[in-house]
Design a binder for this molecule. Sequence first.
Ligand code: MG
Length: 175
Amino acid sequence: MASPAIRIGHGYDLHRLEEPPPAGQGRPFVLGGLAFEHGRGPVGHSDGDALLHAVTDAILGGLGLDDIGQLFPDSDPRWDGADSKIFLEEACRLMRSMGYEIANLDATVILERPKIGPHKTALRTTLAGLLEVEADRVNLKGKTHEKVDAVGEGRAIEVHVVVLLESTSEDSRNR
Ligand code: MG
């Protein structure tokens, strides 16, 4: 059966935010591959980049493949402190090998601090660069959690992503 012309993918991630050692287990705060100055950072086996993890899972999900935790298990010492761009690059490689490209991607980042509003353009441009698409195919929204629950109390970051993949084969485009 021919592969579909378009596929939709959804990704979600959450990381606890803690102070750096010895007070907590927080790593330096990194989001979308960018470093932010903040007193807390994500707890994670890799660098804890919740945005790149959610984008990676959205792409893998759209392709119907194993998720990020299956491809890069947190029991594997190779991924200890790993730059999450590695995970996204692999998802993009798989996407292209299966004949798909990003049509568009929409991300919602939920956290209290640091405020990402002033960094939206940089995040969007950086993410588009990693995905090798024009910036107008990537959108990003920042929200707070209205001081409610762990995210609202600044103890976690949460990211939701939806992505539309389109087939690069002439066949499915002409159907
Ligand atoms: Mg994660």
